[in-house]
Design a protein around this ligand. Structure first.
Ligand code: PMP
Length: 401
């Protein structure tokens, strides 16, 4: 008998499993709207020109391949923190932000979870919005935190359940950890407004909750990195000691390079040094030290004015193409007299749209139209383009009728 004979087969990943089904489909009309990766006007993966130019610079510099320090490339982590917190950030300029490079956003969340699991001095319960990115629950559960939820999305309005959200946050035990999507909430595409963020900051302060921001889409929501950092910067200016996960997967298109950062606000440089020392002890047995290449690319872009300008224009281009697709999809669904209300498609923000399609409808779309999305009706807007938007709209309209 094999040692592993009792290992049960696990379920496929709810998001990456969609790509597998898509790959197996041989129909030329097939569309993959599952995974959240940007596609260009022709449905092709897109390597940013800023990234290509940074790589050319790096080749000329001919750098060595020595190990990075445990917390990564210092020029990169400093530039990443500046991008998130802003160059005028008080804690940044007072050297009291502890920051480490991470294996993209997922790794940042995992480091944060592990650090909180070890050192958070209050009840180690983290509250996630319902729904949230599917990987949040296993990440924090595997980090040793208890995971609970708060109301976020209103199915009736296909918008934010702000009342429910506030009620649930007010009812959390004091000093609980609350996870917030900084912008472009995944999967719903529904964000609080700046006014609502201000209210949330006040309530979270009153209850002494610990805000943990997940910022996987800075720049991708509005096209402007500083606009998308509003919530993070507001909370910091209000004195919250936040934790922050950053990913450069989407905004720099560096998905497989795994570039990210995790940071926390501390009281002063002495405390920051203590926190830094423990971050190293958390990371060292996990993966020792992070990969070089992607961090070098991101740091080259963030620290070079010309490349930074090019990057900003490319982020805006990606965000705007997605916004155009929202307009086209909405227009098409209305023109096709599709039953229901579709204005949420244009109101939602970022990579995804939570269409409101039901599970049987998504199943029909896969089987009859070769269109693949997650079972919750979430579509990656970036998978739509001028060539497939009409076919997609007609197929959705048929599935709903
Ligand atoms: N958080 C959220 C909300 C996300 O949508 C994603 C990517 N799908 C991530 C974190 C992490 O992605 P990555 O590890 O590729 O940076």
């Amino acid at each position: 008998l094999s040692i592993w004979s009792a290992v049960p087969a696990g379920p496929p990943d709810p998001i990456l499993g969609v790509t597998e089904a898509f790959k197996a489909d041989k129909d030329p009309r097939k569309i993959n709207l599952g995974v959240g990766a940007y596609r260009d006007e022709n449905g092709k993966p897109y390597v940013l020109n800023a990234v290509k130019q940074a790589e050319e610079i790096l080749v000329k510099q001919n750098p060595d391949k020595e190990y990075l320090p445990i917390t990564g490339l210092p020029e990169f982590t400093q530039a990443a923190a500046k991008l998130a917190y802003g160059s005028d950030s008080v804690p940044l300029n007072e050297s009291r932000i502890a920051v480490t490079q991470s294996i993209s956003g997922t790794g940042a969340l995992r480091i944060g979870g592990a650090f909180l699991g070890r050192f958070y001095p209050h009840t180690r319960t983290i509250y996630l919005p319902v729904p949230s990115w599917g990987n949040h629950t296993p990440i924090f559960r595997d980090s040793g935190l208890e995971v609970k939820g708060y109301r976020y999305f209103d199915k009736k309005t296909v918008g934010l359940d702000f009342q429910g959200m506030k009620e649930d946050i007010k009812n959390m035990p004091e000093k609980s950890i609350v996870l917030l999507h900084a912008c472009a909430h995944n999967p719903t595409g529904v964000d609080p407004t700046p006014e609502q963020w201000k209210e949330l900051s006040d309530i979270i302060k009153e209850k002494s909750l610990f805000p943990f921001f997940d910022m996987a889409y800075q720049g991708f929501a509005s096209g402007s990195t500083s606009h998308d950092a509003f919530a993070v910067r507001h909370f910091v200016s209000e004195g919250h000691q936040i934790a922050l996960s950053q990913s450069f997967a989407k905004n720099m298109g560096l998905y497989g390079e795994r570039v990210g950062a995790f940071s926390m606000i501390t009281a002063d440089p002495e405390e920051r040094a203590r926190v830094d020392s423990q971050l190293k002890i958390v990371i060292r047995p996990m993966y020792s030290n992070p990969p070089l290449h992607g961090a070098r690319i991101a740091s080259t872009i963030l620290r070079n004015d010309e490349l930074y300008g090019l990057w900003e224009s490319e982020v805006a281009h990606m965000a705007n193409r997605i916004i155009q697709m929202r307009d086209r999809l909405h227009e098409n669904l209305v023109d096709l007299k599709t039953p229901g209300e579709w204005s949420h498609i244009t109101k939602q923000i970022g990579m995804f749209s939570f269409t409101g399609l039901t599970q049987p409808q998504t199943k029909t779309l896969a089987e009859k139209a070769h269109i693949y999305m997650t079972a919750d009706g979430r579509i990656s807007m970036a998978g739509l383009n001028q060539h497939n938007i009409d076919y997609f709209s007609e197929s959705v309209s048929k599935a709903v009728k």
